[in-house]
Design a protein around this ligand. Structure first.
Ligand SMILES: [Zn+2]
Length: 131
């Protein structure tokens, strides 16, 4: 079994939205900037007011690596797998696997959209796939 996320109270809304297959992030109620990871204060304007807001779920591939070695036995059958950075159209950069495409076909700047894997009753894990 793969390790499960350890959820901080501040991040709980993220996981609730993910369960409903929405990629939601904190959005500052003062300056409207989206932010990730979750934080109690806006890094742009220091406001403590924010709202969990669904994003477009769309963005572009800005970096990735291919894992050929397994660090958890439960990932053995996934090798080789990618771990990528995706810059959302709203600005924040997310870390996720890109699925639905061969690793060799990954390309800088390619358009991606969020999708979710329901791994159990509690968690749906963010992935991205070609738009
Ligand atoms: Zn702000």
């Amino acid at each position: 079994m793969k390790p499960l996320p350890k959820v901080l109270p501040l991040e709980r809304p993220y996981w609730e939205h993910a369960k409903a297959h929405r990629l939601a992030l904190q959005r500052c109620a003062r300056c409207s900037q989206y932010r990730f990871p979750a934080s109690p204060v806006c890094p742009e304007c220091n406001s403590e007011q924010s709202e969990w807001t669904p994003t477009s779920g769309r963005g572009e591939l800005v970096s990735w690596v291919i894992f050929h070695k397994s660090y958890f036995r439960s990932f053995d059958s996934d090798l080789p797998y990618n771990v990528a950075l995706i810059r959302l159209d709203e600005g924040p950069v997310m870390c996720a696997n890109v699925v639905g495409i061969d690793n060799q076909a990954l390309a800088m700047g390619m358009r991606l959209k969020a999708c979710f894997d329901d791994i159990n009753d509690e968690f749906s894990i963010l992935r991205f796939q070609p738009e």
